[in-house]
Design a protein around this ligand. Structure first.
Ligand code: FAD
Ligand code: NAI
Length: 478
């Protein structure tokens, strides 16, 4: 095999792609990964949306801004006096950039360690090899090359959805990219879309001093979240100062020299006009197949632009697979990674598996929201008989010691078998607590199983045990 011929070529080096490449190499395939992302210095920056303008930088800023808020508002309760508290936004943003670079470099290191050949550039299908032997792929950009692959994994991710008439300029009208790099705290920040990005980025900028107004199209808040949890979260976020307006119909968006005006009809139908120093538009994301050469080989897309795949990530073309945001399913980094691993294993003839019923969701606000499985409204709609148990963090000793008693854990279990059907948390460290529920559901545990397991004291995880006990109406501490 020449050095231009590969068993597996992965196009896209985000969490779906880079993990697929590493797993394929571990399984003994000669593997390449092509990724076009460059950092400000023009150097390769693999890791995709997640590493560069998504999960990692947003969590860095969420952490920094939370420290700032605690120093200003929470430390005094602990008997810690802070004077002269000042925000150094430049350092906060630089820290975030350093963390991103560490992750980019970490992936390049992992490619070397696993003998994955990395190409920095855009990968595009250039044609099919004879006798279904694979595909030719052109690499263009910083690196120019032509390579062949027996198997191709498309992992080209997604881009922010544009609102017609309000193009992103990343100065006044911001996608996630600009929202993570505002160089001065805006006095008034508008956010269109009260989804995951709107709430996370809205929280970051509110904590450091912006007056944040969120305009959401739907009349319900966080429709995919369990209603009881969403209601609690709405109450808490509003108390923190996020101005969340539901049921808004967005009209004209007009840019001034230094501001943006949004005209909209509010939930009563009344016409409103609001002017912001910056406007974040976070109304979902669209799959990215730009410049991939899909027409050259006839790769099938659905009507919304997603690469069509079966349950096992096989596309319409033999030997071509697709994973992550560019295919159906939740747009989450860990879902992309699981699909990447499963595809590499399927190429090797193994039985890769992704359980879509146990993919956890986390919104990294404060408090965090996390859930796995079905919501109460889904169970009702499906006519499933269930029992519910909740436990408030207010009654948890560790939460009191932390000074963070907001929220609750909620269990939903089958009324007859007691199998756990869903677990929903709004509260401190929900992102970590949810793992126990994911494990339990993977092993088809009952709520009684969790209720009978010894949990460390004092710990937030005792709230999980107590919520499981509450399913049988026998909480011990509430
Ligand atoms: P991407 O990460 O989008 O990677 C695709 C890569 O392919 C990119 O590097 C792109 O440049 C490259 N590419 C595209 N086309 C080509 C081509 N033709 N040739 C070469 N390279 C190409 N998810 C979570 O689970 N947790 C979170 O906390 C979280 N936070 C987020 C915060 C924000 C602000 C955003 C926007 C998203 C967040 N997500 C989070 C979602 C997560 O980022 C995505 O689900 C994940 O990145 C999808 O991975 P992917 O590999 O499918 O695609
Ligand atoms: P989203 O789908 O979470 O939320 C978009 C919101 O915008 C919805 O509430 C929707 O009703 C609203 N909306 C849509 N069109 C509108 C319009 N014209 N006017 C007003 N409101 C409108 O999408 P978001 O926040 O852009 O994030 C994209 C995806 O990225 C998420 O769905 C998630 O998959 C991923 N992500 C995950 C994170 C995590 O796991 N913590 C963090 C951030 C993003």
């Amino acid at each position: 095999m020449s050095d231009k011929q590969f068993d597996v070529v992965v196009i896209g080096g985000g969490p779906g792609g880079y993990i697929a490449a590493i797993r394929a190499a571990q399984l003994g395939f000669k593997t390449a990964c092509i990724d076009e992302w460059s950092n400000a210095a023009g150097k390769p920056a693999p890791g995709g949306t997640c590493t560069n303008v998504g999960c990692i930088p947003s969590k860095a800023l969420l952490q920094s801004s939370e420290h700032f808020e605690h120093a200003g508002h929470a430390f005094a309760d602990h008997g810690i006096k802070v004077s002269g508290l000042e925000l150094d936004l430049g350092t906060m943003l630089k820290r975030k950039d350093t963390i991103v670079k560490q992750n980019n470099d970490g992936i390049l290191f992992l490619f070397k360690k696993n003998k994955v050949t990395f190409f920095h550039g855009r990968g595009a299908f250039a044609g099919k090899l004879e006798a279904d032997a694979g595909y030719t792929i052109n690499v263009s950009g910083p690196t120019t090359d032509t390579i062949t692959a027996k198997n191709v994994v498309v992992a080209t991710g997604s881009n922010a959805r544009q609102l017609p008439g309000a193009e992103f300029d990343e100065k006044l009208i911001l996608s996630n990219t600009g929202a993570l790099a505002i160089d001065a705290v805006p006095g008034k920040l508008g956010v269109i879309g009260a989804g995951v990005i709107g709430l996370e980025m809205g929280s970051v900028w509110r904590r450091v001093g912006a007056d944040v107004t969120v305009l959401e199209g739907l009349p319900t808040f966080l429709g995919a979240v369990d209603e009881q949890i969403a209601k609690e979260a709405h109450k808490l976020f509003t108390k923190q100062g996020l101005k969340i307006n539901l049921g808004c119909k967005i009209g004209a968006i007009t840019k001034g020299a230094n501001d943006v005006t949004v005209e909209y009809a509010d939930s009563t139908g009344a016409e409103q006009k609001a002017t912001f120093d910056r406007l974040i538009i976070s109304i979902g994301r669209v799959p990215n197949t730009n410049g991939l050469g899909i027409e050259t080989v006839g790769l099938q897309l659905d009507e919304r632009g997603f690469v069509v795949v079966d349950d096992e990530c096989r596309t319409s073309l033999p030997g071509v697979w697709a994973v992550g945001d560019v295919v159906r399913g939740p747009m989450l980094a860990h879902k992309a990674e699981e699909e990447g691993v499963a595809v590499a294993e399927r190429i090797a003839g193994q039985h890769g598996h992704v359980n879509f019923n146990t993919i956890p969701w986390v919104i990294y606000t404060s408090p965090e929201i996390a859930w796995v499985g079905k919501t109460e409204q889904q169970l009702k709609a499906e006519g499933v008989q269930y029992k519910a148990g909740t436990f408030p963090f207010m009654a948890n000793g560790r939460a009191r010691a932390l000074g963070d008693t907001s929220g609750m854990v909620k269990f939903l279990a089958d009324a007859t078998t007691d199998e756990i059907l869903g677990v929903h948390i709004v509260g401190p460290m929900a992102s970590e607590l949810i793992s126990e529920a994911v494990v339990a559901m993977e092993f088809k545990a009952s709520s009684e199983d969790i209720a009978r397991i010894c949990h460390a004291h004092p710990s937030l995880s005792e709230a999980t045990k107590e919520a499981a006990l509450a399913v049988d109406k026998r909480s011990l501490n509430f």
